[in-house]
Design a binder for this molecule. Structure first.
Ligand code: SAH
Ligand code: F3S
Length: 470
């Protein structure tokens, strides 16, 4: 998932005398999606959104713990918010999401930094917790759930361009990659009722949205058998198992029901994406041919220590299969450099795998030890910072080279772009993505946001295609 900071804004008439809230989301798309659920819950008890922290009565930070740097960013923001609080005694500040789950009461009780601490599965409890604050009590709920998917809550869309929306389909993760904090902060994996997924998409489509991205830490592992944890599937009744719905089936239902809507999904774990999913993608034109396929390392030794559940060879075979079934499919990656004991040979194997796949783009990170993870317990974080940095630079440079080459190959070709927004650099250009998830910029012509454009590619950088409407 893409990690970026998003200050959520909402274009809605301000109603005076109501309490106002702001939410700032950090980290992955799932947090953006969760913030929309929280906003819906708060609006249900009479709050209205404000993008001005100074006029808010309640400021919430939806936080990320994936790397130490992400947590430092949140702490810095809390400092500026606490400066506002000094002059505004009634202001309440809350921490939501993964940092809330990881640090629990520490924030509220020990550090006295915030009023409210709510983990990813406890957002329905926010109205009660706000009352507790008014009574002068602590307001912490970090319970993880076996069932919660917020299935029935219609998210309140913020900062929306009215075109693209995220729809969560699974929560939690059972993969236990040794470096990763997510299984600890988001709990065990569970899937959302397909009926509620379809009704959410139906609402979006009715409201003019043109593209939905199905979200999960591990979307291909989606399995609906009437509710409950993925790991308990084997304990389900025979009828539940026989009538269960897997990801390929869900994808097909969504694609069939919303033929004029672009469908994307993220993230795919290599061991879970199967032929059935690829064939479904091939069958429906409205499913975008892009797979985000994090591999983390090109070394079998390291993959094993990371508890990734496949070998490099199996990954290569999968890429081969993708390219055979979906010849024009975009593939992107996540990589980690400097995992404990990573040798120069391991690193070279990562570069070698990248040379084999030639990803379109990727998200690359230095290993950041997370307290409580298996890797933190078992291995010493023993790769010097300078080595991690050098390896990271080598990986990034190689990726830039591949990205440039792949995008160069689009020159002279026609691509279909869904117009999403104005180009940041020029008010005379539109910006949108092709099915492979590559940004395309072109002169506006007579088209509008939300329409499709057939664009001939004339030029490129390593991140953007530049063209003109046919
Ligand atoms: N399956 C999830 C992964 C979430 S974390 C998804 O939906 O994308 C996103 C990426 O962060 C991972 O793929 C990994 O490359 C990186 N990451 C996770 N833990 C990390 C750590 N401890 N240090 C550095 N990078 C990490
Ligand atoms: Fe993390 Fe691995 Fe799950 S990276 S989110 S434990 S697939």
């Amino acid at each position: 998932m893409i990690t970026k900071t998003l200050e959520i804004t909402k274009k809605k008439k301000r109603i005076s005398n109501t309490r106002k809230f702001s939410i700032i989301s950090y980290g992955c798309q799932m947090n953006v999606s969760d913030s929309e659920v929280v906003a819906s819950i708060l609006e249900g008890i009479g709050y209205t959104y404000s993008n001005d922290l100074n006029e808010s009565d309640l400021i919430l930070l939806n936080t990320c713990s994936i790397r130490e740097k992400a947590e430092i960013t949140v702490r810095k923001k809390l400092e500026t918010i606490n400066a506002i609080k000094k002059n505004k005694k009634n202001l309440k500040v809350g921490v939501l999401g993964c940092m809330a789950e990881r640090l629990k009461e520490k924030f509220l009780i020990e550090e006295k930094i915030v009023d409210l601490v709510v983990g990813p599965d406890a957002y329905r409890d926010i109205p009660n917790l706000l009352k507790e604050i008014e009574f002068g009590n602590d307001a912490v709920n970090v319970l993880l759930s076996k069932e919660e998917t917020y299935a029935d809550i219609n998210p309140s869309r913020f900062n929306t361009n009215g075109i693209n929306a995220f729809v969560s389909i699974t929560r939690g993760c059972d993969n236990m990659c040794t470096f990763c904090i997510v299984p600890f902060t988001r709990g065990r994996e569970r899937s959302r009722d397909p009926k509620t997924i379809l009704s959410e998409i139906n609402n979006l489509v009715k409201n003019g949205y043109k593209e939905v991205t199905l979200l999960g830490q591990n979307v291909d592992s989606y399995l609906w058998y009437g509710g409950g944890l993925k790991k308990d599937f084997n304990k389900a009744s025979e009828i539940q198992r026989k009538t269960s719905i897997n990801f390929a089936m869900l994808l097909e239902i969504v694609a069939k029901n919303f033929k004029n809507t672009r469908i994307r999904f993220t993230t795919s774990n290599p061991q879970d994406i199967d032929k059935e999913v690829l064939e479904t993608m091939a069958k429906y034109e409205n499913i975008c041919n892009h797979i985000h396929l994090p591999v983390q390392s090109g070394s079998d030794e390291i993959l094993k220590k990371m508890n990734r559940k496949h070998t490099v060879e199996e990954y290569r075979e999968l890429v081969k299969k993708i390219k055979k079934i979906l010849p024009d499919c975009g593939i992107s990656q996540d990589m980690i450099t400097g995992f404990p004991n990573e040798t120069e040979d391991d690193h070279l194997n990562t570069l070698k795998l990248m040379d084999y796949v030639k990803y379109d783009f990727g998200f690359m990170f230095k290993y950041s030890e997370r307290p409580g993870t298996l890797a933190a317990k078992k291995f010493e974080d023993n790769i010097p910072e300078s080595v991690k940095q050098r390896r990271l630079s080598e990986i990034i440079n190689l990726q830039l080279k591949h990205s440039y080459q792949n995008l160069f190959n689009y020159r002279g070709k026609k691509v279909k772009v869904l117009i999403e927004k104005e180009s940041k650099k020029s008010s005379e250009h539109w910006c949108g993505r092709n099915p492979q998830n590559i940004m395309v910029v072109f002169p506006k012509g007579k088209l509008k946001i939300g329409q499709y454009a057939d664009v001939t590619i004339l030029d490129n950088t390593s991140t953007t295609l530049i063209g003109q409407i046919i």
